[in-house]
Design a protein around this ligand. Sequence first.
Ligand SMILES: Nc1ncnc2c1ncn2[C@@H]1O[C@H](COP(=O)(O)OP(=O)(O)O)[C@@H](O)[C@H]1O
Ligand SMILES: [Mg+2]
Length: 313
Amino acid sequence: MSRIYVIHENNEWVEPLRDKLSVRGLPFEEWFLNTGAVDLGKTPPEGVFYNRMSASSHSRDHRYAPEYTAAVIAWLENHGRRVLNGGRALQLEISKVAQYTALEAEGVRVPRTVAAVGSAELIAAAEDFQRPFITKHNRAGKGLGVRLFQDVTALTGYVNGPEFVPSVDGITLLQEYIASPKRVITRVEFVGCRLLYALEVDTSQGFELCPADACRVDDAFCPVGEEPGLLFRIQDRFEHPLVAAYQRVMAANDIHIAGIEFVVDSEGVPYTYDINTNTNYNTEAEEKAGRSGMDVIAEYLGRELVRVERAAS
Ligand SMILES: Nc1ncnc2c1ncn2[C@@H]1O[C@H](COP(=O)(O)OP(=O)(O)O)[C@@H](O)[C@H]1O
Ligand SMILES: [Mg+2]
């Protein structure tokens, strides 16, 4: 019998989806792909495979989960299996450079960014970079390595100090800081490439704290976190030219389910800076708006399963 396979490395994040799939009575199985062994000579089971591998998996001690998942997906795709958020989507999930180039290819504006390997190279790149700027990890999620700097001296102190942690792939990004006068960012959610809703996130506590914690974002900006003072608000009827552009990016990169983030500067220009193929939804905001992203995903997975079964019979 064919089923829905959910590929992931974080039990907690799958809980809401598990519930919705169960309520709908859909047959599913989880593939927790931290370690494992895939026999390339074997035939994969029939079904629909939903990849929820996360860029931040190494922060949960699952260092090679994305690499292993890439191997498994290559095998699945080679056998013609339907993989939602396939191999190319995974490449984007674990590299912001891959995200930015894919966005630019579809005419979406991204913040000016330099990708650096090596501390000296990072500092040198900042010398003639516009200020203020931020750093972030190329392979991130959860705001890993996001810090705001007013000048090169501050960056140098950080990079040469005890708090500096390089990205797990060695690539640190230096990026133009986009100041939002409204102090919000918007995360546009898609399921099956269709707009689900846009989530507005209040970032007023983000970069404005004082020195020590000044520019720490960390988990606070992960929409699953319930940080006090952070506001998540669903915009139900979101209409924006970026929606169609994002859909083109998704189509070109084998992405079916994603949350894409942008920030608008003082001139009203939107800059897109993050594609999350492993998206999570904020419970409070959804309850307020009477929406459930995970239920929409469950319904979508159910429809895809029917399609796959019909094609096979
Ligand atoms: N270029 C930028 N200008 C201003 N704020 C930014 C910029 N990039 C990131 N941020 C802030 O930092 C948060 C985390 O950065 P993001 O690129 O989304 O990394 P992650 O993949 O770890 O979520 C964002 O939600 C946003 O609030
Ligand atoms: Mg983000």
